[in-house]
Design a protein around this ligand. Structure first.
Ligand code: BG6
Length: 489
């Protein structure tokens, strides 16, 4: 019998992330039998709420992912019975001491491990860490703290944040979340590369022409403008989510699958990258657009955004890795809100087949299309490879077809939400999918100079209509490196 217990405190329990992601993920883990036998969940926030009110709030967002699952309602009730609430200020050691007292009552003398999930704005972050670590950390078990971005706005503020965190916590207690690392297809990247003979030998400048990381959302900032305006799309998506995927894509083979070995390789590849230059960035901001009689708002129509805001809601960038494997290969990124489509994908464009015998079969002066590997992270998770194929018949005509692995067709099990995997890993002490401080430093070094230049020179973004494909400037940028975006071809 397990004599230990885990107490999970969601700090900022009434916020959006907690309601939409954290509590549902905890319930899914409970439903799957992944949480330890003894556990308690506490919501902590400033608002006055009773345990019953917290349970009502949480229950509204819990779902049994597949309808009609057995015992789901019953399990939900049991889960909710383990959820409690404690109101308190984020900077009050006394309030955290009261929480500590309540946690102890539930822990009932067992060895107690404590996990704090900080789902609160950055300005109150350090105070909460200080209070949690000094007044509510575990006496005999482990204490871990999950923190959400933003981890600063640039190299300097990020280092300052790291220094402050380390006053109260050791690096191995800090779990910096980048939820993209918890996505199924991002985790699968290493499997694809390192356990299939046919990919890894091609994974270099010798065979790969360019790699594209594309993030698109078909909605705007939707009331998050207050946060977003201070950060912009480069900090919100590129510096973390897309760069993390890039690092996993481009790193050398790690010594093992241990967290430290993987993160060592990620840091190495990030440190081999050239800081992004202003010339290699295109920024955009969405403007209002009327379609089908509906008027879609401009970014600056968001009430929390100043009318003269130059904050980019779209960016495209060309990055380079100066090492032997990737010398000269453009790594293009594109990220935007209020575009025509919602998707995240990685596109790997391979080189031409030298002296291709079949060029003459597709028309004078034309070349047979090159292969492209597409990893669609979301939605409709898929991996497909574009190949050239003979159109059946007596003639000799080629077309481009897909070797297609569509997850929905291949696997019947639901794909877990990224937060489920990450929370489970944090409880189990698995750090592979969390960001180490030196990775964070390396990531900021790449973007800080250009972010500063964009601010200092007050660079005006290219305006694009809500729901469009984004600024045309992104095509000129790609063309400069002889690249065509794969998602528009
Ligand atoms: C967050 C960004 O990190 O990721 C948001 O702050 C963005 O702006 C979100 O919408 C996208 O996450 P997902 O998992 O919905 O693709």
């Amino acid at each position: 019998k397990d004599k230990s217990t885990v107490s999970i405190t969601v700090v900022g329990a009434s916020g959006d992330l907690a309601k939409k992601k954290i509590f549902p993920a905890l319930f899914a883990l409970y439903y799957e039998g992944c949480l330890p036998e003894h556990f308690t969940i506490f919501g902590y926030a400033r608002s006055k709420m009773t345990d019953a009110e917290l349970r009502t709030m949480v229950s509204k967002t819990l779902t049994c992912r597949i309808d009609q699952r057995e015992n789901c309602g019953e399990k939900m009730d049991h889960f909710l019975e383990r959820c409690f609430y404690h109101p308190g200020q984020y900077d009050s050691p006394e309030n955290f001491l009261e929480l500590d007292k309540k946690l102890k009552e539930h822990e009932a003398g067992r060895v107690a491990n404590r996990l704090f999930y900080l789902s609160i704005p950055p300005n109150i972050f350090i105070d909460a860490v200080k209070c949690a670590s000094s007044s509510a950390s575990s006496a005999k078990g482990w204490t871990r703290v999950i923190v959400e971005k933003p981890f600063g706005r640039d190299s300097e503020s990020s280092s300052a944040l790291t220094r402050s965190l380390k006053q109260y916590l050791d690096e191995d207690q800090i779990f910096r979340i980048d939820h993209y690392l918890g996505k199924e297809l991002v985790e699968n990247l290493s499997v694809l590369r390192f356990s299939n003979l046919i990919f890894e030998p091609l994974w270099s400048r010798q065979y790969i022409r360019n790699v594209q990381f594309i993030f698109a959302e078909d909605f705007g900032t939707e009331g998050r403008g207050g946060y977003f305006d201070n950060y912009g799309i480069i900090r919100d998506i590129m510096q973390n989510h897309l760069l993390q995927i890039l690092a996993l894509f481009a790193m050398e083979t790690p010594v093992s699958l241990d967290a430290e070995d993987i993160r060592n390789e990620k840091v190495k590849v990030l440190r081999s990258m050239r800081p992004l230059r202003l010339d290699d960035v295109v920024t955009g901001q969405y403007k209002s657009h009327t379609r089908g009689g509906v008027k879609y708002p401009a970014y600056i129509d968001d009430k929390t955004v100043p009318n003269d805001s130059l904050t980019p809601t779209f960016a495209a960038a060309a990055l380079f890795i100066d090492n032997a494997r990737w010398d000269g290969v453009p790594f293009l990124m594109k990220a935007g809100k209020a575009l025509h489509d919602r998707r995240t994908e990685i596109r790997v464009q391979f080189r031409h087949v030298p002296g291709n015998l079949y060029n003459k079969n597709i028309g004078p002066g034309l070349d047979v299309a090159t292969n492209e590997l597409v990893i669609r992270v979301q939605p409709d998770e898929a991996i497909y490879l574009k190949i050239n194929n003979k159109v059946p018949g007596l003639g000799m005509r080629l077309d481009r077809s897909n070797l297609n692995l569509l997850y929905a067709a291949r696997y019947s099990k639901e794909i877990p939400d990224a937060y489920e995997r990450l929370l489970l890993d944090a409880i189990e002490g698995e750090r592979r999918l969390f960001i180490r401080s030196d990775e964070l430093d390396a990531a900021w070094s790449l973007f800080t100079p250009v972010l500063k230049e964009l601010d200092d020179k007050k660079i005006v973004p290219e305006y694009y209509p809500y729901g469009s494909r984004g600024p045309v400037g992104s095509h000129y940028l790609a063309a400069r490196y002889k690249v065509q975006w794969g998602d528009v071809g």
